[in-house]
Design a protein around this ligand. Structure first.
Ligand SMILES: NC(=O)c1ccc[n+]([C@@H]2O[C@H](COP(=O)([O-])OP(=O)(O)OC[C@H]3O[C@@H](n4cnc5c(N)ncnc54)[C@H](O)[C@@H]3O)[C@@H](O)[C@H]2O)c1
Length: 389
């Protein structure tokens, strides 16, 4: 079968297995070239199959030489339908890790559920013995609370007043304006339930209960802040409330982890094209302008470059961990620098549907978007028949 990209509403409905493999191999090479990085040897990555979680697993294994257990929620391929990209990404990761003599196994199921936690912890116990790094990198629209079975759906909405957002189609770059009504209290609560810190804490409780947290262990979860232009839909919106909750969970976790001399921290990462960010109104537009500026300044990074810097200079850097006034790691520091933000703001002021193609790095955005699902990856011959998926 010849596989071509199929996208609906900025969501892919297929993936290219060869492209996914080549893209993961590129990330593995980058991690190898930029290692060795000390630190982690036994790592659990929750949300390990794409975006920042995949990069974290790659850097753990090929930068630090760590054995890894991963948790993901992906769909296997059938004769009629390709798998999700995370499925192919993980197969490639596991085969290279095992070639290097590293342990690599993945639990595919709902990380929010008690069953998946139990299965994962049994795997960690049997094969890793302990963990010295736990990466929490879930991005999910729904969560069933294991305590009472209630299903919560997160929403991407402003709080307080409605917001006129520019949404773009990542394939055609057609810009549309939509009024997004503010969230009600229930929607805010649901978004915090899904993307806040409650589940991260449940994972840490479960690992502590089985004495699997090694002395000196670190646990990191990923957050985002971004510029003022995206505040109404991001940081001051429902997802921002969830991120505030995630960030405040650090103090609770640090109390629990103190007896093991272990530590929790949030890393605020850069805005990047991932499955999760492509569906947030305004954000793709901002990213296209950001990419242009950061590429011009020579400090653009993708997930793998961000995570290498996180491990090398922050989590396992020399001296005390560099944190902001709120105790967070900031690898969005280059994105949020005055120089970058002033230039992005100037472009933002000028941007209209008509001139967007000239102002933003639409090609760069689109390439990253296609690459996520294994399309438009350099070196892949897409005219070749794919039989194994
Ligand atoms: N993309 C960005 O611009 C950006 C910037 C800063 C921070 N972040 C944060 O980084 C984290 C990861 O986001 P991403 O953009 O890498 O997302 P992503 O969509 O690429 O990856 C999400 C991962 O979570 C897994 N997952 C989702 N639901 C699951 C479930 N129920 N059970 C098990 N696994 C599940 C997926 O399989 C995948 O491995 C999020 O917390 C996000 O807010 C993202």
């Amino acid at each position: 079968m010849i596989i071509t990209p199929k996208v609906r509403n900025n969501i892919f409905i297929n993936a290219h297995p060869v492209g996914c493999r080549v893209e993961v191999e590129r990330q593995i090479s980058y991690a190898r070239e930029n290692g060795p990085i000390g630190g982690a040897k036994k790592v659990l990555v929750i949300g390990c199959s794409s975006g920042f979680g995949l990069a974290s697993r790659i850097v753990s294994a090929f930068g630090c030489g760590a054995d890894t257990v991963g948790v993901m929620y992906e769909r296997e391929g059938t004769e009629a339908r390709t798998a999700t990209p995370g499925w192919y990404n993980t197969k490639t990761f596991e085969s290279h890790a095992r070639e290097d003599g590293l342990f690599a196994q993945t639990v595919n199921g709902d990380a929010f559920s008690n069953d998946v936690k139990k299965e994962t912890i049994a795997l960690v116990k049997e094969h890793l013995g302990y963990v010295d790094l736990i990466v929490y990198s879930l991005a999910s629209p729904v969560r069933t609370d294991p305590a009472d079975g209630t299903l919560y759906r997160s929403v991407l909405k402003p709080i307080g007043s409605s917001y006129q957002a520019k949404a773009v189609d990542a394939m055609s770059w057609e810009v549309t304006e939509t009024d997004i009504e503010p969230a009600n209290d229930e929607e805010i609560k649901a978004t915090v339930k899904v993307m806040g810190g409650e589940d991260w804490a449940l994972w840490i409780d479960a690992l502590l209960a089985e004495n699997l947290v090694a002395p000196g262990c670190k646990t990191v979860a990923y957050s985002y802040i971004g510029p003022e232009v995206t505040y109404p839909i991001y940081r001051s919106g429902t997802i921002g409330k969830a991120k505030e909750h995630l960030e405040s969970t650090v103090d609770i976790l640090n109390k629990k982890l103190a007896p093991c001399d272990a530590r929790a921290v949030v890393s605020v990462n850069k805005a990047l094209v991932t499955k999760a960010s492509a569906v947030i109104p305004v954000v793709p537009l901002y990213i296209a302008l950001l990419y242009r500026v950061m590429k011009e300044l020579g400090n653009h990074e993708g997930c793998i470059e961000q995570i290498v810097r996180l491990y090398r200079d922050r989590l396992y850097g020399d001296g005390p961990m560099l944190l902001d006034e709120a105790g967070r790691i900031r690898i969005d520091d280059w994105e949020m620098s005055d120089e970058v933000q002033n230039r992005v703001s100037a472009l933002w002021e000028q941007a209209t549907s008509e001139n967007l193609k000239d102002l933003g790095d639409l090609d760069g955005y689109k390439k990253d978007f296609l690459n996520l699902n294994g399309f438009d990856v350099d070196g892949v011959d897409y005219s070749q028949d794919v039989t194994d998926f």
